[in-house]
Design a protein around this ligand. Structure first.
Ligand SMILES: Nc1ncnc2c1ncn2[C@@H]1O[C@H](COP(=O)(O)OP(=O)(O)OP(=O)(O)O)[C@@H](O)[C@H]1O
Ligand SMILES: [Mg+2]
Length: 269
């Protein structure tokens, strides 16, 4: 018997039972330049409702630039981004970064409530914040200051703050990049759990190809301002680290990344 099967929860039923709550994100012809350097050159991307998409690519290829445009934190020079049903992007999108960006003068609970905006004052706001804090495993830490938390715990608070308003689109820019290897794996599992429960559309920028393959339904790679690889990851969840299937896909993505690197201009020292 497979030891993993006995210890790992099986999430498949969640897929079947829950209707996606996420909103589809579509980007058409995105162009973004800085100082006459074209970073995105007419990029098209459609992310169906509830999909978990990972974006990979060499450092500086434009991953964060793209995510900022998708999340309405920046405006394209040409092209457009839409959420389906004409939903307002600001109201329905939350972003999580590598740094937790917590307010040092607010309690942990108050930091989560920030994610509710004005709705935090409405009846039930505090209760919702408490529930969300519990969902990230910090139900008993609400009254403490952020300064006493570990790096991983601070990122959990940042995740709770991002999720408390039940966004339909969650944009994640290397949110686990600063964590140690074990905490990172625990956070990946947490992220997968909450995504399976809430079924928001998730777009994760990551340097870590193994992380992309563990979490995502689909991996896209950016090169030369466009999508250079678009791969569906049709493996059952939860995925087993070190499995042959994941290793084969990882090799394929890494070899393309390295090929693209070889084509990059030489650095002059
Ligand atoms: N506000 C800005 N002003 C000027 N140049 C910028 C700005 N934002 C991004 N760039 C440039 O655009 C390019 C892409 O940057 P971006 O941050 O999107 O890369 P990235 O793929 O996220 O890289 P990394 O993996 O290192 O985070 C880089 O050359 C960067 O210097
Ligand atoms: Mg970046």
């Amino acid at each position: 018997m497979n030891a993993n099967a006995a210890t790992s929860p099986n999430f498949d039923h969640l897929f079947r039972e829950r209707k996606p709550f996420g909103a589809a994100v579509s980007a058409r012809g995105l162009v973004r330049s800085f100082d006459n350097k074209d970073v995105l050159r007419g990029l098209d991307l459609y992310v169906p409702a509830g999909q978990f998409l990972a974006i990979v690519g060499r450092s500086g290829c434009g991953k964060s630039t793209l995510l900022r445009l998708l999340a309405d934190l920046d405006t394209p020079d040409a092209g457009a981004v839409l959420l389906d049903d004409g939903l307002d992007r600001r109201a329905n999108t939350r972003v999580m970064f590598q740094e937790p960006r917590l307010l040092p003068w607010g309690s942990v609970l108050a930091n989560v409530e920030v994610g509710l905006g004005a709705a935090g004052k409405a009846p039930g706001g505090r209760e919702r914040a408490r529930e969300t804090l519990k969902a990230v495993g910090l139900g008993d830490r609400g009254d403490e200051w952020p300064a006493v938390l570990s790096g991983g715990q601070k990122q959990r608070v940042a995740l709770a703050r991002a999720l408390v308003s039940r966004p339909r689109f969650l944009a994640l820019d290397e949110p686990l990049g600063a964590l140690d290897a074990l905490t990172r794996i625990e956070m990946q599992q947490l992220l997968e759990r909450v995504w399976l429960k809430e079924r928001f559309t998730a777009i994760l920028v990551t340097h870590d190809v193994a992380e992309a393959l563990t979490l995502a339904d689909r991996v896209v790679m950016i090169d030369e301002g466009r999508i250079s690889l678009d791969l569906d990851i049709a493996l059952p969840r939860p995925r087993r680290r070190g499995s042959v299937d994941l290793a084969v896909l990882e090799e394929r993505i890494l070899s393309q990344l390295l090929r693209e690197d070889a084509n990059a201009p030489d650095y002059v020292i």
